[in-house]
Design a protein around this ligand. Structure first.
Ligand SMILES: Nc1ncnc2c1ncn2[C@@H]1O[C@H](COP(=O)(O)OP(=O)(O)O)[C@@H](O)[C@H]1O
Ligand SMILES: [Mg+2]
Length: 478
């Protein structure tokens, strides 16, 4: 490769760059040209992404020199945008940077995103088909769309640029990220959840994980329409919620636990007082009478944390008709189970586990975290009498979410909690496009809880449970 002159800012990877006369980034104060990311879209006849990125950071810096930022807060957004638009046009003209109309609008939008939004992430945040935005250092950004991860061609100039955006996010919620506290959980004003972690904890550079707030949460009917569960399954769960049975939704991360919990909560009558306890408020209940509680992490000095357990205890003092714990993770399981057993029935919660039996084991472990040294038998008996129904959800290989099992707890046999499946998903194969094939079917067992549902005026025909060959009917899961 040809030798480069000292001070030559371009590195030869960016042919489009040299073709722009009258514009040298080397003249920028500080000379901090962004590292040109290797773009596969080097333009021959238009402006490639890398070029636009480089021009943008240049114009952005120039703009900041010209703008009176303190003034911006006092103007309304439209005025600011207009000011910026005309300034960008001026700068482009003054420096003879040739851009077509489309490129110019794109540049203006990007500059506005840098100033007001989340920089390069803003278009991803604005795209309603994207559920998660996962930034693995400045050069590698993934999104989750329709349940699948895809890599995007969005990039930051460098890790410093990414850190600026992270900084803006966390400082807007009154937190900070630095050597002393290199990881932060925060919620954006729009409700999206954010986690940021930086070196030295994250080895390769700053990472940012955003779970976007989805404005139109999936309803129970949506879930039936997309095949996550069947109509009879939903009817059963509706009856279960209305009849104040205690429900545990179990599944892996991203399996759709919170979504299902949210959808099922719609069956709670609007006359009831609901208290929700969450680590990070995600639920969106439609009822008018809802008290929302959220845990608080420790402050920079490491004090002041309010864990879920304290909030559950407090919730019980607030005269709730129902308590919803977004996700049980730890010692709060004890207080929740106690509440379920002492008149606060109709509670709903989720838990991270791979099967209903696993969910019971996890609950037991969580109770142990409370360090009350309860005998195993007593803990199990308490779990068995508190939880009525376990709904197991999964994310399948094609990204779809399914209710895999609806299981009912029927009691204890000796030292073992006994359950029976009422509905199940049975996978039969995968089609050529990778879609999972299978069917949601009843196991042939009429749930014992139907008695309770009927006393609440909720009827289901026997057919709903009985249309399967008897070999499918599985009694107790050991
Ligand atoms: N049944 C479903 N169909 C389609 N998308 C779903 C379904 N359930 C959840 N999702 C999507 O999957 C993502 C994770 O769901 P969430 O309920 O937060 O999972 P969990 O609480 O298990 O971690 C969200 O973006 C949500 O919109
Ligand atoms: Mg969740």
């Amino acid at each position: 490769m040809a030798e480069r002159k000292a001070g030559d800012r371009t590195d030869g990877r960016d042919p489009g760059f040299r073709e722009r006369p009258g514009w040298g980034i080397g003249s920028t104060p500080g000379g901090e040209g962004p590292a040109a990311g290797s773009s596969s879209r080097h333009a021959t006849n238009g402006t490639g992404q890398t070029d636009l990125l480089t021009i943008k950071s240049h114009i952005h810096r120039r703009l900041l020199e010209r703008l009176n930022l303190s003034n911006l807060d006092r103007l309304d957004r439209d005025e600011v945008m207009e000011t910026i638009r005309s300034l960008v046009r001026e700068l482009l003209a003054a420096e003879a940077i040739p851009l077509n109309l489309e490129e110019r609008d794109e540049l203006i939008r990007q500059v506005l995103d840098e100033i007001f939004g989340l920089g390069p992430l803003q278009p991803l945040m604005d795209d309603p088909t994207i559920a998660d935005v996962l930034v693995n250092t400045s050069q590698m950004i993934y999104v989750e769309r329709n349940g699948r991860l895809e890599r995007t061609d969005v990039r930051f100039h460098d890790d410093r640029h990414l850190l600026q955006v992270i900084d803006r996010i966390v400082s807007s919620v009154g937190r900070r990220i630095d050597d002393a506290s290199p990881m932060v959980d925060a919620r954006l004003p729009d409700g999206s959840r954010v986690n940021a972690i930086i070196p030295p904890l994250a080895i390769d550079g700053p990472h940012l994980s955003i779970r976007k707030f989805n404005d139109d949460a999936l309803t129970a009917e949506d879930l039936v329409r997309t095949g996550s569960l069947s109509e009879p399954m939903l009817r059963l769960l509706e009856g279960v919620v209305r009849s104040r049975l205690n429900v545990l939704i179990s599944g892996g991360t991203g399996a759709g636990k919170t979504t299902l919990l949210n959808a099922l909560s719609a069956f709670i009558p609007p006359t009831e007082r609901i208290v929700t306890v969450e680590d990070s408020a995600e639920l969106r209940l439609r009822q008018p009478h809802v008290v929302r509680l959220e845990t608080r992490p420790a402050n920079v000095e490491g004090t002041g944390a309010i864990p879920q357990r304290l909030l559950v205890v407090n919730a019980l003092r607030m005269r709730p008709d129902r308590i919803i714990v977004g996700e049980v993770r730890s010692a709060e399981a004890v207080d929740m189970l106690q509440a379920m057993n002492t008149g606060h029935d109709g509670s709903l919660t989720t838990l991270h586990a791979n099967a209903p039996r696993d969910a019971l084991n996890r609950l037991e472990t969580m109770v142990a975290m409370a360090e009350l040294n309860l005998p195993e038998q007593a803990v199990r008996a308490q779990i068995a009498s508190a939880i009525d129904v376990i709904v197991q959800v999964s994310r399948l290989s094609d990204g779809s979410r399914r209710v895999m099992q609806i299981a009912e707890i029927v009691g204890m046999e000796g030292n073992v909690i006994t359950m029976q499946d009422i509905f199940r998903f049975e996978q039969t194969g995968i089609d050529q496009d990778g879609h999972v094939l299978g069917r949601l079917h009843p196991t042939g067992i009429r749930p014992r809880c139907m008695e309770r549902l009927e006393t609440h005026g909720f009827k289901m025909s026997a057919d709903a449970f009985a249309d399967v060959p008897s070999r499918m009917a599985t009694a107790r899961l050991a």
